[in-house]
Design a protein around this ligand. Structure first.
Ligand code: HSE
Length: 298
């Protein structure tokens, strides 16, 4: 009647794949407890770590849970406890972890009536209240694991993309908050055709590189000519971090989701740790608090 789950952090966009690509981290995430109750409805009963709303309709985990609850017919309810480790507004899928965790846990307690694609559709409703728009590029890797591509959100269609076994991510999280809704507001409504061509060529080649374990092509594809020029201005010392990371051997470096976190991809744990040290040296001088994680892509 109760399940404890780990809901992982994720990196969305992955440079060229705005709103489409994402991958799952194995070292950071939230813990949640979902419990059946006699009382009908969905109730958030405990939140530890950050100050988030208890009202079900205002809470990301509550909204996705309600979307699922309204699609089933049961004579009991659910309680949700959230032990939040992923700071909201950090750019590594904090809202997605909440949105996914509640529906994943409920589905387990119900005997898995829904598949992961259906769970994504419920979770989109929760994610939407955090970012003021519907997207699934953090939800999909949190639910499916590994690398994913959101082919469409209406209807939900998620592609699981294989990735090389020694691919690592180094993530620096400067302790400033950037709300997804705000960092979406700085983006242009229209893009130049020449930029669009570059961007979709990179998305295609990145996916091909992941399928073929082609690290050279991966390195050549991790570029973003549409979103990064606008959003990087919101992140202090972004260019210094990127430069240090590439010098330390990163395949690519970009904004994690809507920022302020910055991710670097690398081949092998040793390079990932070298990047950690290089970007640590950059940020240690800034006076801004930060933390850095190294994670396998899983
Ligand atoms: N694709 C989204 C964005 C992810 O970059 O706005 C953040 O929620």
């Amino acid at each position: 009647n109760e399940i404890k789950i780990f809901s992982p952090a994720t990196v969305a966009n992955v440079s060229c794949g705005f709103d489409v690509l994402g991958f799952c981290l194995d070292s950071v995430g939230d813990d949640m407890v979902i419990r059946k109750t006699d009382k009908k409805g969905v109730f958030i009963t405990k939140i530890v770590g950050f100050d988030l709303p208890y009202e079900t309709e205002l809470n990301v985990a509550g909204v996705s849970a309600l979307a699922m609850y309204n699609a089933i017919d049961v004579d009991f309810g659910f309680e949700i406890e959230i032990y939040k480790n992923i700071k909201p507004g950090s750019g590594i899928g904090s809202s997605a972890a909440s949105a996914v965790g509640s529906v994943f846990g409920m589905n387990e307690l119900l005997g898995r009536p829904f598949n992961k694609t259906e769970l994504t559709a419920f979770a989109i409703k929760g994610e939407a209240i955090a970012s003021k728009c519907e997207h699934a590029d953090n939800l999909a890797p949190a639910l499916f694991g590994g690398f994913t591509l959101v082919k469409s959100i209406n209807p939900v269609q998620i592609l699981e993309i294989p990735s090389p076994s020694d691919l690592y991510a180094t993530i620096i999280h400067p302790q400033i908050e950037i709300k997804t809704s705000e960092s979406r507001a700085v983006l242009p409504k229209e893009v130049a055709l020449s930029d669009a061509i570059t961007q979709w060529a990179n998305v295609g080649s990145l996916v091909h590189a992941l399928h073929t374990n082609d690290y050279n092509l991966l390195k050549d594809s991790l570029h973003d000519v549409i979103v990064e020029p606008h959003r990087s201005k919101l992140i202090p010392h972004y260019n210094d971090v990127k430069q240090a990371s590439l010098q330390a051997g990163a395949l690519g470096c970009g904004i994690s989701g809507s920022g302020p976190s910055i991710f670097s991809l690398s081949k092998g744990l040793e390079t990932a740790n070298n990047i950690k040290e290089a970007i640590n040296n950059v940020y240690a001088k800034t006076g801004i608090e930060f933390d850095i994680h190294v994670s396998k892509i899983n």
